[in-house]
Write a protein that binds this ligand. Structure first.
Ligand code: BES
Ligand code: MN
Ligand code: MN
Length: 455
């Protein structure tokens, strides 16, 4: 890297490494690191090893694969930590991303195989191409552009269990507190409102889930001989689930946090087409779209255990269960909200059916931040220069489970939530993808940011 004060030379250095970074992104996408599925534990190890190798080639003082001794059910996922010490008098920046990915939702449903990154029309398709191996490669591209000699101290931290709610991250933070200490934390795991408009994400929703099991009979019973006076457990479960929203589609669980939003309303047609809503299907709830997605709770039923239609026979079902997931507005008390959800479900199970509710392990606290201060101003300058448009402050409806914990652990650190996703990225969906122009702009933006953060 030549003269680090010259933006033009930084931009040129980033542009020069983007092709090799995209090649490495393809290699990472080829590894199905679905940590949440124990069958893919070895792949997640391989993915951590690949990230550690890429980082190790850039001359860090140290590179390690860490894992916490134990989560609730299994040891922690492998996290990669590499450290480039701060030049005298310079701050240290922690660059975060995650190398685990979501399941594919059926490989056969993809236009090209999910673990063979494929380029079409300026986008790279594959599971993790956006969420969040693009974040991993953004950081590595920046370090590569600086030839392993960034202008500030850098700690690269790439965890492997974000999609499972980062259950052992608090333990890692405790055990490696000094190694992970930083003045600024950059979380490259979010999105921008358009491919040429950079965002500083200032709020994220929280997330809780639970499993509700309803039982009514000791065993299946003939649906004609007994049906009528005797009900079935799936219908009872559905009554309870149906009570979660009111007639307008607003969440009906009492006492949850709801916030307004000053953000301008989003265009409904664009929003509908981004998500793929069918003609005539209504939006749920009230308020502007940003209010609903960023600042209000939302509830969805993610799965039901009951016979499939093909397995169905003429019996009254003795039991049925469902997994219910709830997004939480910033400011919400996570565990209290989960209790309110459980209480609501229990109170709405009809006919004296028995109910058992098991809280899920995946808990993400909501988070919001006040983007004022030197690090945020530095980010605004760096991002607008890289994208050619001013950075906008935005919320997101999704969750990043560890942020709140990180911010508590290092209260003096500024947290910058960035990323290279866009509304077409289809996170967690079929045909997930990354806009390649955005990837290059995102890498430039982060390289400029490190330069701006130089004391
Ligand atoms: N990167 C996403 C969150 C996200 C999605 C940010 C879209 C911006 C735009 C993250 O990997 C994620 O999916 N989080 C999970 C957390 C959960 C497993 C605790 C989520 O929101 O479902
Ligand atoms: Mn992510
Ligand atoms: Mn995700």
């Amino acid at each position: 890297m030549p003269d680090s004060t010259s933006r033009g030379s930084i931009a040129a250095a980033v542009d020069a490494v983007v092709p090799s970074a995209l090649d490495d992104l393809r290699r990472l996408v080829a590894i199905p690191s679905i940590w949440a599925d124990p069958a893919h534990a070895a792949d997640t190890e391989a993915s951590a090893a690949a990230v550690a190798e890429l980082a190790g080639a850039l001359g860090p003082e140290s590179v390690q694969i860490l894992r916490a001794a134990g989560g609730p059910t299994r040891p922690g996922a492998p996290a990669v930590v590499a450290h480039w010490p701060a030049p005298e008098g310079q701050p240290t920046v922690l660059l975060y991303a995650h190398h685990d990915v979501q399941p594919t939702g059926g490989d056969q449903n993809w236009t090209s195989p999910p673990f063979e990154a494929t380029e079409r029309d300026g986008r790279l398709y594959g599971r993790g191409a956006a969420d969040d191996k693009a974040g991993v490669m953004t950081h590595l591209a920046v370090l590569r552009a600086y030839e392993g000699k960034p202008p500030v101290g850098v700690t690269l931290f790439v965890e492997g269990e974000e999609e499972s709610g980062s259950p052992t991250l608090p333990a890692l933070l405790r055990e490696h507190h000094e190694l992970l200490r930083a003045d600024v934390i950059v979380i490259a795991d979010a999105a921008n409102p358009a491919v040429d408009v950079p965002a500083l994400t200032t709020s994220l929703r929280g997330l809780v889930d639970l499993v509700i099991e309803v039982s009514m009979l000791e065993r299946p019973a003939h649906s004609g001989v007994y049906g009528g006076p005797v009900g079935d457990a799936l219908t009872a479960l559905c009554h309870s689930l149906a009570s979660l929203h009111d007639a307008k589609g607003e969440v009906a669980v009492a006492g949850l946090q709801q916030n307004g939003s000053e953000a301008p309303d989003q265009d409904e047609e664009t929003f509908r087409s981004d998500v793929g809503l069918l003609d005539g299907v209504e939006l749920l709830g009230t308020g502007t779209i940003p209010e609903r997605v960023w600042h209000k709770p939302a509830i969805a039923v993610l799965g039901i255990d009951a016979p499939t239609v093909a397995q169905a026979s003429n019996v009254l079902l003795p039991r049925a269960r469902a997994m219910v997931s709830m997004r939480l507005a910033p400011g919400e008390d996570t565990l209290a909200a989960r209790d309110k959800l459980a209480g609501h479900l229990r109170a709405h199970v009809p006919w004296g059916a028995h109910v058992e509710i098991t809280p899920g392990g995946g808990v993400a606290e909501p988070f919001s931040l006040d983007a004022r201060g030197g690090a945020y101003d530095a980010a605004r300058r760096a991002f607008s220069e890289a994208f050619g448009n001013d950075a906008v402050e935005t919320g997101i409806g999704g969750s990043i489970p560890f942020i709140a914990e990180f911010a508590r652990t290092f209260p003096g650190a500024a947290v910058l939530v960035t990323g290279v996703g866009d509304p077409a990225s289809r996170w967690h969906g079929i045909d997930e993808s990354l806009d390649l122009g955005m990837f290059a702009r995102g890498a430039r933006a982060e390289a400029f940011l490190l330069d701006e953060l130089r004391a």
